[in-house]
Design a protein around this ligand. Structure first.
Ligand code: GRG
Length: 325
């Protein structure tokens, strides 16, 4: 999609002029490493489109986008530490290269820079509103992360609880990127709120796709270890639905595997994945994604803004639902 590629390029240029090639290297090196690894830049593009829908200046959308992308990358650094994940975006994770302490401190400074960049996105009254939204989102992301951790050792997680968790952990920031782009452009409150709802629904579907890729993705494309969620006993939708559908011995075996850390991790991943396929879990996950995609479409219809930009946004959301990385 040409429009998206040119927004990504504009953002890369904007980013290069700002973050994080500076001293001391021990602090900024890891931040520079993660920011330069090739993410999809979904959130900055959403912030830019959220701004453009209301006729806002692209520069403001990029400022919001930079804050959001730095925050997102900070959260990835800390998430990989917490999950002991070795890979991110097809490369060794920050803590693998630089160590734990560097990952923690670099992540911390990135969070502070996210605020610094956000304050540059508008005049003081707009910046104050942006910070207020950003604080709400950051708190939600922290809460979602904690639920995610809690769920690893719980055996009674219900699907609506899981959906709420991913809304906090992932969708809040996707909705927030669009909302803050809209606020930077001083869009009308009702439409900005509908845009945020659109982003939240897309964000839930986006995380469901992430869950699908984590188990069924192509290791060469995904950029993270495939099967990581299973290894870690994450109670994703895939597992929760399988626990609902499985019967008898299969159900017992699934529960046993998803509450243990056997030495043969690869064997566990293989066995759980086969059980999920047998229960048609990929189709169930696709159907749930489609439900949130439909909710998103309904919310986008309520946004009063540039129809051409709305079309681009819809195209982007459709391509994200099919993504392989
Ligand atoms: C908010 C203070 C504070 C702390 C953060 C570590 C943590 C608490 C939260 C983790 C949140 C997290 C990592 C959620 C996962 C979101 C997700 C789906 C990431 C993958 O996003 P993509 O596919 O990644 O957009 P790229 O690599 O393209 O940027």
């Amino acid at each position: 999609m040409q429009q998206i590629a040119s927004l990504q390029q504009a953002f890369e240029k904007y980013l290069q002029a700002r973050a994080f090639n500076q001293e001391p290297q021990g602090l900024y090196g890891p931040a520079d490493y993660i920011m330069k690894s090739t993410g999809k830049r979904v959130r900055p593009v959403l912030a830019m489109l959220g701004c453009q829908i209301f006729g806002g200046d692209l520069e403001k959308g990029m400022a919001v986008g930079l804050a959001v992308e730095v925050f997102h990358n900070f959260s990835l650094v800390h998430d990989d530490i917490m999950d002991e994940a070795p890979l991110r975006r097809g490369k060794p994770a920050v803590h693998t290269v630089y160590g734990l302490n560097a990952g923690i401190l670099s992540g911390d400074v990135m969070l502070i820079y996210a605020y610094k960049f956000l304050l540059e996105a508008g005049k003081p009254e707009v910046a104050a509103k942006l910070v207020e939204i950003f604080n709400g989102v950051a708190i939600e992301v922290c809460e979602g992360q904690q639920y995610d951790v809690d769920f690893e050792t719980r055996e009674d997680v219900a699907i609506p609880e899981y959906i709420r968790m991913i809304e906090l952990k992932t969708a809040a920031l996707i909705g927030g990127a669009l909302q803050m782009g809209g606020v930077a452009a001083q869009g009308d409150a009702e439409s900005v709120s509908a845009l945020c709802s659109f982003g939240r629904s897309i964000g839930i579907a986006f995380q469901l796709q992430d869950d699908i890729l984590d188990t069924f993705g192509d290791p060469a494309k995904f950029g993270k270890k495939v099967g990581g969620d299973i290894a870690q006993n994450k109670k994703t939708f895939l597992i929760l639905k399988a626990m609902q559908l499985a019967q008898g011995k299969d159900r017992e075996r699934l529960a046993e595997l998803m509450s243990s850390y056997p030495e043969d991790e690869a064997g566990k991943i293989k066995e759980v994945t086969a059980l999920l396929r047998q229960l048609d879990i990929p189709q169930w996950a696709e159907a749930l994604k489609a439900k949130y995609q439909a909710q998103a479409y309904e919310a986008l219809q309520r946004v009063k803004g540039d129809e051409a930009v709305k079309k681009v946004l819809w195209g982007l959301s459709e391509s994200l639902m099919q993504r392989q990385s």
